[in-house]
Write a protein that binds this ligand. Structure first.
Ligand code: THU
Length: 160
């Protein structure tokens, strides 16, 4: 038996002010989307903003449903829209912000497993990494240079 260690690297910015200008404005778009989330059941509001290679910015937020599993996360709302409207355009960056009505969110809130798998699909499809920045309502911002850092041992089409 051998031990297999898997390493991931993240970069941490102290505040949104430390981000490069284009990322700061992308994160602000994520805030705007977050504030329009429809989340009456969890009171957990998430916004995502995607920068495409053609300069277009796509945003999305979580949409909940009385039948809980029918809702959708912000990241997938945004990335599926990007995939449906711009199937040939690469995704360069994604910014995510989450806030809760129940408690403060001042640490970076990472995308859930299902969203990581969805983002991975587009990264593998386009063959170039997607930078992902995520945060709570305030405080530190975490950056991953690629989705791979967030989802080691990804299940992808080459396994089929
Ligand atoms: N949510 C997201 O929008 N993105 C995530 O990555 C994690 C969770 C949403 C789903 C649900 O509406 C609420 O946050 C609580 O889970």
């Amino acid at each position: 038996m051998k031990e297999l260690k898997i390493e991931s690297t993240l970069f941490i910015f102290d505040t949104i002010e430390e981000l490069p200008k284009d990322v700061m404005s992308l994160m602000k778009k994520a805030f705007e989307a977050r504030d329009k989330a429809y989340a009456p059941y969890s009171n957990f509001h998430v916004g995502a903003a995607i920068l495409l290679e053609n300069g277009e910015i796509i945003t999305g937020n979580n949409q909940e449903n009385a039948s809980y599993p029918s809702g959708l996360c912000a990241e997938r709302t945004a990335i599926y829209y990007a995939g449906s409207q711009y199937p040939e355009v690469k995704i360069v960056k994604m910014a995510i912000s989450a806030t809760s009505k129940n408690k403060p969110t001042s640490t970076p809130i990472p995308p859930c497993g299902a969203c990581r798998q969805a983002i991975a699909e587009y990264e593998i499809k386009q063959k170039t990494p997607i930078e992902i920045y995520f945060m709570g309502e305030s405080g530190h911002v975490a950056k991953s240079n690629s989705l791979t850092n967030l989802l080691p041992l990804v299940f992808d089409k080459y396994l089929l």
